[in-house]
Ligand binder design. Sequence first.
Ligand code: ZN
Length: 275
Amino acid sequence: MTKLKFQLHAAGFCVADRAHALRKTRKKQIRFYATYAHIEHPIHGHILFDTGYTRRFHQFTKKFPFNLYAKATPVTIMKEEEAIHVLADKGIKPEDIAYIIVSHFHADHIGGLQDFPTSKFICSKRAYDDVKKRQGISAVRRGFVPKLMPNDFEARVHLLDFNESSKSDAILGDIIDLFDDGSILLCQLDGHAKGMIGAVLDTEVQTFLVADAAWLKENYTKMHLPSPSVRLFFDSWKAYKDNLNKVYQYHKKFPETKIIPSHCEETLREITTTS
Ligand SMILES: [Zn+2]
């Protein structure tokens, strides 16, 4: 089969401390870019992995308690960076996006879902079940802004149940082969958020989108953990460490695979300058 085409873009960023992402490092304010991947499948067409931010983040975080979220992660997003506008520049209409894989439901990953009125959504059942009924403070605590969700999300979503998966990878565990052709293998990367998923793509050089299982390269190349202070925002610290270790092991076994954490500026620069 023809390989998948793949491009990485950033739709906005928030500013945070590097010492949060890497424990015992010098404090330094850095940009956490909200990247999303645009994938082209020879049969199934255009697919997104997450969407990054849109300006709706500002719109829906003006009032309490969502303003707490906006304060914790100061966001910069410009119209021309939004996925819908970047795709339009490439001649791709919102209706051309057949699928959007949602790694997890934090606002920096689902900000653009409403811009794609006909796409089918793919996410793990556990991730969606964890957020779907949350409102107010309970939602903020999960980094979830309910108003970013399309009204007809449930009618368009395919919820993945990894208990029903028949494939497994020696390092990554249960795998769901999205199109049954080996092109997109979805795996569970719990810890940062419940039910978070990653994707191994059959691109020219294999790509592994790890969402927030690692924030920066050093997390998975050196098994360098984030600061313990971020545990507060994580679903499970133990699961996080286990899954970061899987990414670390995967990198050791397949050093040529391009591993892509959602928010790593260095990775974004490498990918966008070589593709
Ligand atoms: Zn996240």
